[in-house]
Design a protein around this ligand. Structure first.
Ligand code: MN3
Length: 207
């Protein structure tokens, strides 16, 4: 049995808290099956890598080249899966939605023209991901002033390029299929009703 170098975080709300936008069964399976499996497989991969057992997720994702070839893909996928999902749970909150405020709102308006233009571009890029992946709002490493919407496939994270993730959404089918079937567009649109903007603002203000 693998040691618990990394552990599954508790959800910051109950499994029913995000209804009707995301149903309890989706949240339960997503958290207890999918996310838990990434943590388990990350811990299993680390049993063969004693020198990396005390490294943080962020460190691992920033130093994939230091990982031996035979374990690199497992670490990339499972550390990425664990990191992305841990962040994803924080990006949502019951009784939320609304709009960003403060410096973040100002920056979004400067970059995208308006909040609604930002939202449609975010949805559009999320819809266009072929297969499984994530859509992100980041502070790019190459330009500290601007914001950017990017996508990653599988469980790759912007950390691998030294970008700072501010907001993300999961567009793997397991994030929405039980409730929304094949309508990823509908899921992405409804998701704004539970977006935890105060968390995004905190991340923006701390960078
Ligand atoms: Mn997922």
């Amino acid at each position: 049995m693998a040691s618990d170098f990394h552990t599954l975080p508790k959800l910051p709300y109950s499994v029913t808290a995000l209804e009707p936008y995301i149903d309890a069964e989706t949240i339960m399976v997503h958290h207890k099956k999918h996310h838990a499996k990434y943590v388990k497989e990350l811990n299993e991969a680390l049993t063969h890598l004693p020198e990396f057992q005390d490294k943080s997720l962020e460190w691992l994702l920033n130093h994939l080249n230091a990982i031996p070839d035979s374990s690199r893909t497992a670490i990339r996928n499972n550390a990425g899966g664990h990191y992305n999902h841990s962040l994803y749970w924080q990006m949502m909150s019951p009784n939320n939605g609304g709009s960003p405020t403060g410096e973040l709102a100002k920056s979004i308006k400067e970059t995208f023209g308006s909040i609604s233009k930002f939202k449609s571009e975010f949805e559009d890029k999320g819809n266009k991901i072929f297969g499984s992946g994530w859509v992100w709002l980041i502070k790019p490493s190459h330009n500290s002033a601007a914001l950017e919407i990017i996508t990653t496939s599988g469980h790759d994270t912007p950390l691998m390029e030294r970008h700072i993730p501010l907001l993300l959404n999961d567009v793997w089918e397991h994030a929405y299929y039980l409730q929304y079937k094949n309508s990823r567009a509908d899921y992405l649109k409804k998701w704004w009703s539970i977006t935890n903007w105060s968390e995004v603002e905190k991340r923006y203000d701390n960078t």
